[in-house]
Design a protein around this ligand. Sequence first.
Ligand SMILES: Nc1nc2c(ncn2[C@@H]2O[C@H](COP(=O)(O)OP(=O)(O)OP(=O)(O)O)[C@@H](O)[C@H]2O)c(=O)[nH]1
Ligand SMILES: [Mg+2]
Length: 426
Amino acid sequence: MIVDEVTITVEGGSGGNGCLSFRREKFIPRGGPDGGNGGRGGNVFLEARTDVGTLVDFIYQPIYGAKHGVHGKGKNMHGQNAEDVTVRVPVGTMVYDENHDLIVDMDRDGMRFLIAKGGRGGRGNTTFTTATQQAPKLAEIGEPGEKKILRLELKLLADVGIVGFPNAGKSTLLSRVTHATPKIADYPFTTLEPQLGVVRLSEGRSFVLADIPGLIEGASQGKGLGVKFLKHLERTKLLIHMVELATLTTFAELEKRIKTIRNELKQHSEKFLSMPQILVLSKADSAASPSYTDWVKKLEKKGTRVFVISAVTGAGLQGLLEELWKDLSKIREEEKSKPPVVEEKIYQAKVRYKVEKVGEAFYVTGPEIKKWVAMTNFDNFDATERFYRILKRMGVIKELKKLGVKRGDKVFCEDLELDFEDSLEA
Ligand SMILES: Nc1nc2c(ncn2[C@@H]2O[C@H](COP(=O)(O)OP(=O)(O)OP(=O)(O)O)[C@@H](O)[C@H]2O)c(=O)[nH]1
Ligand SMILES: [Mg+2]
């Protein structure tokens, strides 16, 4: 099984800062607090979609950030919330964090997952007003958005399979239209194992192409190599049936080759009968007979879709890929008829915080601690005091005391260094 892998970064927007402001009006000497709250930063969601075929677009755009919330202003004006960002991934994408722990398996169409939370807006000073504190001189900084580096993995299932006799040019086509590097040679049975590659037409338009070892007459009875791999192609959505022009001199011979392969497919599985097929005549640059243009017309009259290509000159390749894409989009559209299950899961840290003593210093760590450090303006005495109160409410002060903290000891709260103050933890 071939696996497609990419690394991407997702970052929620930070919350806007809360505002510290007091009303200033003519003839009112000491107005009350009027600092508004900051807006919420945008979240980043992952969304699984069947119409996203591969992870290839992420190579071109690996970073997804939501916008920051707007800062609060005076006159109690709250900052606006930022919009959420949705990152669409193929159904079946496995999402891992930096330690390669699985975060989520995006296994259902329409499934939504909150992967990076936007930060909460900081509260303006108005909200800190209490019966005893009528003129609060503190405001919060907006909470930073969550940032994650993700590894996305997708087991590649082929959308389009290429079948044909050995030496038809199947691997050459794969190598021309994808980054795959299959072995190519002018003798039969060069390819011994199926090869996969990702075709990318443009942003949002990509699919997986599979090349299997050549088939021969009697393949369905076990002759040659290809039969072992026909199973791979049963799950594809359409087939390219390739016949090479370099050794074809008559229309009768062409018809015979087409029939032989079709027959082997049918013998192997009825599924192939209902699968859309495109006949591709390859090696047009070295066609043995110039009459092949007439053959195309004859085949088309019988209702066969035919494309003539040359992997050497590149002729006909773009048209073929566009045709494949058209078929695939139609098939995916039909598959989407079932309404998607939309669900949201919130990914939360399990431990609130950790308190440790290393040497003479104390360390307090954890996502919530990080958040409060980021949201506090430590140049402001009232805000610093509030930070201590929060630590107390969370039980951090108690834990620190258990470990023997005294006034003046160094306490590191994530990347903030504090000299422990008894007087502040009131
Ligand atoms: N002139 C010409 N030669 C081609 C073209 N495409 C493939 N060939 C040659 O045909 C030979 C067979 O090509 P492959 O791509 O290995 O054929 P295959 O169908 O994968 O063969 P198996 O793996 O054996 O089934 C190689 O020598 C290629 O260089 C083409 O468009 N024009
Ligand atoms: Mg090959």
